[in-house]
Design a protein around this ligand. Sequence first.
Ligand code: NAI
Length: 404
Amino acid sequence: MWLIGACGGVGTTATLGLAAISRGVSDTTSLVTALPLFEPLHLDEPADFVVGGHEIRQAGFRQTVRELQKRSNIFEPALADACQEDLERWEANIRPGTLLNCGPAITRLADRADLRPNDTAREAIEHIQDDLRAFRDTHKLDQVVVVNVTSTEPPFEIGELHQSLERLRPALDRRESPLPASSLYAWAALDLGLPYINFTPSLGASVPALEELARERRAVFGGKDGKTGETLMKSVLAPMFARRNWQIMSWVGHNIFGNRDGQVLDDPNNKASKIRTKDQVVSSIVGYKPQTLVSIEYIESLDDWKTAWNHIHYKGFLGTKMTMQFIWQGCDSILAAPLVVDLARLALFSQRRGEVGVLRHLACFFKNPMGVPEHDFFAQSAMLEKYVEESLTTETQRHREDKT
Ligand code: NAI
């Protein structure tokens, strides 16, 4: 598993999780793919994984684990200690990333001396691909899945140039990169035929030319923006309001948290990307547009612990107005990391099956699922279950055909 933004909270927690489960110091609670439904798929076991990735900061896995322990009071010392050797070994696979078109809030985080700020887009893609090939060859890997867990970039508007590979390819040599860093990483991965997952709201592979590239190289991809907390609750509760024929008049969500992600999202440009993916869920489920407000505030003392307060004002029988409120308090990295592992396992499985293009059945993992307009968590989960059943049926047929 190649993590872009490897040593952030999510990347490090996913890495620690793989090590901890492999070593038997943690169970698989909260890993969706550990549910019995997925057992017949024979997904890759946590112990099968080797981890590497790109970073723009000097931090390593062990440092981030220590920071999360100290500041957010997560990870039992015995668990973290048991995994030090794996973390140290995998840290040696971290390579300098690209900062092209990341925006100032992310650029301010960068402190590695070996970054190459003056690359063209094409040079950046080539360097990323060199790193990916070296990782695969050095560790003799059968497959490599690339997962984007970098900081959220500001929104990037795509235009005519981005509509086809024929137009976009020559623009990679321009002085100004025609794509943000998240899309350069996506290009590098898809061009090598590797599965690519975008766990962030950044642009990534959501560009027609990149979807064309994926088809050309027979690669799979999925995204965007992991659905882990408040938005997960919205996608569970909104269907209830819809099915009881209650009319939602307004839905207000106020989020406060204090990790590095929160610090980057404190920049209004970067925040705009996140608000866009969080704010579309309710109206798309209920089919009309209640008044909505989503706010995200950086409160440093909270570190990795996020509080989301939601106020839902709705109309019931005989025009009576009522209110539902909930408070979600969760640890951001702990919520996100198991999903990264799930997505990696499922994307690798899809690649082995010879699938191509967007992985629509992964919609339940994302706030803004690519390729499907479905936001209802139950409908999304049903899509995943159907996919598993269909995969098993094809496998059984293939075995039968092989025998005859
Ligand atoms: P973080 O700030 O701890 O980690 C991001 C890492 O990416 C940092 O180590 C940073 O140095 C690195 N980075 C930034 N730009 C880079 C680049 N161009 N190349 C290579 N590395 C780069 O943030 P966290 O909490 O780990 O979140 C990661 C991403 O996942 C964010 O975009 C966040 O919005 C998204 N996400 C997180 C969720 C959660 O934590 N519950 C839920 C859904 C999405």
